[in-house]
Design a protein around this ligand. Structure first.
Ligand code: PLP
Length: 301
């Protein structure tokens, strides 16, 4: 280092809030203070699950549903947490308060723990559970006015695998599909299942609008039971809009008047192009925009 120069840390002189706050083993920490074992099975084999949710006005929306899905996924994958969903609920609320964030991204992660190398864990260690809260990073608001353009990926969801129904730490099919989409200059990748039916997008569920009714692939098509998906079905049902869960042929985009994607962070995003072909008139439809308004009203109540 040159004479007279010294490293300047972000906090020096100007205490800055850390970008993300974490909770691990009952403690609130910043990233640099957290430690995860090199024997952790989540790191070595993707053995574990996660969940993502969004806070509105300092409160996590549909928190209990997310935690229930998160613990069910951990259970499917053989994780043994030594905390309960209620402990995580308390921790999330206190992290939100400490972060001072009103609208926030929240991620819960559970790994099989420090079981070491080899197909079978050497030790039956407790799950490693941690939470992150950080500012939201969302698509530009203009995306809701123009809609997303998507391509159908060559990577398929395997509807016969339990992994298609949990948010596991093995998220590589989704990451690769999304990367492929971005390389092709579009916003998102849609994935078919092994039978060639529509499953979901890389990180969201998909809906089509046909004859003023909603159509979405059933869980047996190899999709995650999205919390937003279920809220959309609730909102649509309350508005007298019929909802059908069934196998969907990808060709049906050409006969649908609207389509949209759902996830907890992006809420409801119109889908206006698939494989260079416009969906509906190529702009967001009335049903989609109506559901988006209803969803935002409900989430920020
Ligand atoms: C593969 C996949 N499908 C669907 C969803 C939507 O789920 P939710 O509405 O619970 O956020 C997600 C969420 O990230 C996802 O990763």
């Amino acid at each position: 280092m040159e004479a007279g120069h010294r490293a300047i840390t972000a906090n020096e002189g100007h205490p800055m809030k850390p970008e993300a706050l974490f909770w691990i083993d009952g403690e609130t920490v910043v990233a640099a203070e957290a430690r995860v074992s090199l024997h952790d099975r989540g790191l070595l084999y993707g053995e574990g699950a996660f969940d993502t949710m969004r806070a509105y006005g300092g409160r996590a929306f549909r928190l209990r549903e997310h935690l229930s899905r998160f613990f069910a996924a951990g259970n499917t994958l053989g994780c043994r947490p030594d905390c309960a969903a209620t402990d995580i609920e308390v921790a999330i609320n206190s992290l939100l308060q400490d972060s001072g964030l009103s609208d926030a991204y929240i991620r819960t992660t559970m790994t099989r723990g420090a079981g070491g190398f080899g197909m079978e864990a050497m030790e039956d260690s407790p799950a490693c559970v941690f939470i992150a809260v950080r500012p939201l990073r969302l698509p530009a608001e203009t995306c809701y006015a123009t809609g997303f353009r998507a391509m159908i990926s060559d990577i398929r969801r395997n509807e016969t695998s339990p992994l298609s129904r949990v948010k596991s730490l093995n998220y590589l099919d989704s990451l690769l599909a999304r990367r492929e989409a971005r390389k092709a200059g579009v916003d998102e990748a849609l994935m078919l299942n092994t039978r060639g039916h529509l499953a979901e997008a890389a990180a969201s569920n998909v809906f089509l609008v046909q004859d003023n009714a909603l159509v979405t692939p059933g869980i047996d098509s190899g999709v995650l039971a999205g919390i937003t998906r279920s809220v959309v079905v609730e909102l649509a049902t309350a508005a007298g809009i019929r909802c059908e869960e069934r196998s969907v042929d990808p060709e049906e985009f050409s006969t649908s008047t609207e389509a949209f994607l759902t996830n907890s962070l992006m809420e409801i995003v119109p889908l206006t192009e698939v494989n260079h072909l416009q969906v509906g008139g190529g702009s967001p439809g009335q049903t989609t925009l109506h559901l988006l308004r209803q969803y935002r009203d409900l989430a920020s109540k």
